[in-house]
Write a new protein. Structure first.
Lengths: 107, 113
């Protein structure tokens, strides 16, 4: 079993829909990261959180430490949100990455 | 503009050849990392360096080598011992540790001829 599991693996949405991507982990962590990988391959860090909730524009990330679960929400989705979203957890001096969720938002 | 650059964008390797991927950062970060990405898999750590002239193996270091002679530069050599080098290679940096926010370069796609 992978230490970091993401669901769904693939997600197709219509423009304007509310989107949720989930991340579960099985180990103790220092923090959880959400990353976005564009179709060209570049990766940007969206959030780093160790408790509660963070918001940036239309993106919201939440984490429940007791349940070892985090969600990334996108409100009013847009085709430019199409990307792979990656969850990663910080543990023992390293990051452990999930396999990513591929999101496609159709106009 | 501060950031991380990687070159080349595409690289072709012949049988038995060593190739070197470049990674440069002007963020004044102490720590730098090399990851390998294969289709359907999460990023895997090849090597990392937390300070100049020091580096450690990651999970999949076999067939790779690195150097860290300058703070700004962390080149990765894919040696002929790496039997399955075709992948997307990403370099990243952070202020000090891997558990902080990491900043990624645009990546190099390595293909075998």
């Amino acid at each position: 079993k992978n230490e970091v599991e993401q669901s769904p693996q693939n997600l197709t949405a219509q423009e304007g829909e509310f989107i949720t991507i989930n991340c579960s982990y099985s180990v103790g962590i220092s923090a959880l990261h959400w990353l976005q990988q564009h179709p060209g391959g570049g990766i940007v860090s969206l959030f780093m959180l160790s408790s509660g909730k963070k918001k940036h524009g239309r993106l919201i990330a939440t984490i429940n430490i007791q349940e070892k679960h985090s969600s990334l929400h996108i409100t009013a989705s847009h085709p430019r949100d199409s990307a792979v979203y990656i969850c990663a957890v910080g543990r023992q001096g390293n990051l452990i990455f999930g396999k990513g969720t591929k999101l496609s938002v159709k106009p | 503009d501060g950031g991380i650059t990687q070159s080349p964008k595409y690289l072709f390797r012949k049988e038995g050849q060593n190739v070197t991927l470049s990674c440069e950062q002007n963020l004044n970060h102490d720590a730098m990392y090399w990851y390998r990405q294969d289709p359907g898999q999460g990023l895997r750590l090849i090597y990392y360096s937390q300070i100049v002239n020091d580096f450690q193996k990651g999970d999949i270091a076999e067939g790779y080598s690195v150097s860290r002679e300058k703070k700004e530069s962390f080149p990765l050599t894919v040696t002929s011992a790496q039997k399955n080098p075709t992948a997307f290679y990403l370099c990243a940096s952070s202020i000090r540790t891997a558990e902080e926010t990491q900043y990624f370069g645009p990546g190099t796609r390595l293909l075998v001829l």
